[in-house]
Design a protein around this ligand. Structure first.
Ligand code: C5P
Length: 203
């Protein structure tokens, strides 16, 4: 059985954590599509043409903690605005989405562009301030030196670039269930997500 769960939303809204928990709950495979753009962004920072990097992307390019750095995140959102980069990554994501046994994909355009026919769609969001605070704590815990102001500015810059781009801009699909996690714990957000997906599974 193929069953696709599309989970979109802005940076640091809790998408990644919710997606992993949802995938574990249903026994589905999980693809963090942000990693594809981060890998291309990292290659661009290393001097590789982003379109060539996207076309030649390999599984091992998706490994490494370096992909989680703020510089790579900014580079990712820059290469993600290039149509030819996005086009090069479509087939891989669609094939993953339809694998037997079910799949959870999280990103920005899964419910709108990559899998418009997904059986369940969620849009996980939170205020920019709450997202920046979560990202700040995450970075400091990993040993990065930064400030709350710098992280908030970074989050807002990436939001603007992701929402205003012409190609596959970040927005909820018309049929997505919106979950605002600003006032929720991780457990509450995961429970909301599972409830919304259960409702679609039961249809
Ligand atoms: O989700 P994550 O923060 O890792 O994504 C990094 C960047 O990759 C995002 O800011 C966005 O520009 C881009 N992205 C995208 N489409 C996706 C996933 C990520 O454009 N499906």
């Amino acid at each position: 059985m193929a069953f696709t769960i599309a989970i979109d939303g802005p940076a640091a809204a809790g998408k990644g954590t919710v997606s992993k928990a949802v995938a574990a709950h249903f026994g589905f495979a999980h693809l963090d599509t942000g990693l594809l753009y981060r890998a291309v962004g990292a290659k661009m920072l290393a001097g590789v043409d982003p379109v060539a990097a996207a076309q030649g992307l390999m599984a091992e390019d998706l490994e490494g903690e370096g992909l989680r750095s703020p510089d790579v995140a900014q580079a990712a959102s820059k290469v993600a605005a290039i149509g030819a980069v996005r086009a090069a990554l479509v087939d891989f994501q669609r094939a993953f989405a339809r694998r037997a046994g079910g799949a959870v994909l999280d990103g920005r355009d899964i419910g709108t562009v990559i899998c418009p026919g997904a059986e369940a769609k969620l849009f996980v969001t939170a205020s920019a301030e709450v997202r920046a605070e979560r990202r700040y704590l995450e970075l400091v815990n990993k040993g990065h030196e930064t400030s709350r102001e710098a992280v908030l500015a970074d989050v807002k810059e990436r939001d603007a670039r992701d929402m205003e781009r012409a190609e596959a801009p970040l927005k909820p699909a018309a049929d997505a269930v919106v979950i605002d996690t600003s006032e929720m714990s991780i457990e509450e957000a995961v429970a909301e997500a599972i409830k919304a997906i259960d409702a679609r599974l039961g249809e």
